[in-house]
Ligand binder design. Sequence first.
Ligand code: SF4
Length: 270
Amino acid sequence: MSEERKKALQQVAAEALGHLAWLQDAGVKEVPVVKARPPAAAPTRAPAPARASTPTSTPTSTSTSTSTSKPAPRPYTLNDKGCGSPALLAIRQELGDCARCKLAPTRTTLVFGVGNPKAELMFVGEGPGADEDQQGEPFVGKAGQLLTKMIEAMGYRREQVYIANVVKCRPPGNRNPEPDEIEACEPFLRRQIEAVGPKVIVALGKFAAHTLLRTAIPITKLRGTWSEYAGVKLMPTFHPAYLLRSPEEKKKAWADLQLVMAQLGRPPRP
Ligand code: SF4
């Protein structure tokens, strides 16, 4: 067996184990047996969302930013994380090396977003943590790994959904973003949502749900109930970091995700 094929099989096995672990934690006791796939079919990853093969050039619009003293931001391309469509790319370009709020000086990397630029499902969290700040991608730490398992348990691959945060720069010490920071950053999230056009948004955790829905109702009451944000159906659920601390709540989070799957016309999964 070739090394490449061995690697692919190992990856499929790891994904399957992750899926089963998540289901077990979510309280699922049985998994129905399905017919084995034809042996000839080599395991391959689903095609990544279509992207232009040639990076676009710098945007044509002139900047309206008031911080004209800053050096011009580098030209972003469709291949930059979360920029896979012209609309998303234009938003990223406008953000540039953003200094619109007081989170800018302490960040390492502005975490724009990641995923399918035309995803039907979008996840929104609070803001980048330490790992995300370093890597420039939302949900890449331990909580991110659990989110990936949750996504896969729903029958998607991580690259098939879009993931973003309410604020794009890490609040120092992982404190909650402050109102002025949200006010400065949230318009860009709204525009990302418009650009992606998801059918459903999942708000991850108390803070994201409270910010997006302008409410202080506890997440324990909000979760499992449909709301709306920017004209899109929104399901609040627990944050993966909370689920890592309170694994007994995974069952409820899985129930929320099953509602999302039903809304998206996805087949129910065990
Ligand atoms: S959090 Fe948002 S508004 Fe604030 S500096 Fe970062 S990108 Fe700009």
